[in-house]
Design a protein around this ligand. Structure first.
Ligand code: SF4
Length: 203
């Protein structure tokens, strides 16, 4: 499976825009239940004025809301971004920490966000399980599991080391554009002969 993903797209990239680890944390925190395209539209201008925890605090919650009010749940997200900026300054000297345990102490940052940040900002071989990976892991039979953590641990176990760094991106892109939630595009899927899904669609 990963050999084929690799051949089709050797250097897969995430679609969220960011300029440093801090802005990646913010972008991922803002992306819950929102599209990457919608988040990018808002953050392009936001990151021009607030690309560090210090500048984000200076902007303040109301100033931040002006930038992100097109994004769902923006009030709660604004609170979290201000609170996590404060904690980054107070506890981590304004730097984004590089362990999952520390990242998870930041307001609004859960295991999935921590895994995304570790993978993209720091190059760790973590696999963040979002709705797309959860679906693809189960449908294909690659990493079945009743909840995201089970799927993540199964992916950790079955994905060969050499593919781990990009596994998150390959699977997310596959889920977003091919193995879609409502109607997977099985006829044009490059892993259909090794996928175990029983209800494959036909052309
Ligand atoms: S064959 Fe269909 S169900 Fe299986 S991975 Fe491809 S798109 Fe998804």
């Amino acid at each position: 499976m990963f050999q084929r993903f690799y051949q089709a797209n050797p250097e897969p990239k995430g679609e969220l825009e960011y300029v440093n680890p801090f802005t990646l944390v913010v972008a991922v925190a803002l992306s819950a239940q929102a599209t990457d395209v919608g988040v990018n539209k808002a953050t392009r201008k936001l990151f021009e004025v607030a690309d560090t925890p210090e500048k984000m605090l200076a902007l303040g919650e109301d100033g931040l809301i002006q930038h992100i009010k097109t994004i769902g749940l923006y009030r709660n997200k604004a609170k979290n971004v201000i609170a996590l900026s404060k904690r980054l300054i107070e506890v981590y000297g304004g730097k984004v920490p590089e362990t999952r345990e520390e990242l998870e102490t930041l307001p609004g940052v859960g295991r999935k966000t921590a895994n995304v940040v570790l993978n993209i900002a720091f190059g760790h071989p973590t696999i963040a399980v979002d709705t797309h990976l959860f679906r693809v892991g189960n449908r294909t039979g690659l990493a079945p599991g009743a909840n995201p953590l089970k799927v993540e641990l199964e992916l950790e176990r079955v994905v060969p080391e050499r593919w781990k760094h990009h596994a998150h991106h390959w699977l997310i892109l596959h889920g977003r554009y091919v193995c879609k939630a409502r109607r997977p595009d099985c006829p044009s899927c490059l892993i259909r002969d090794i996928c175990l899904y029983d209800d494959k669609t036909v052309a």
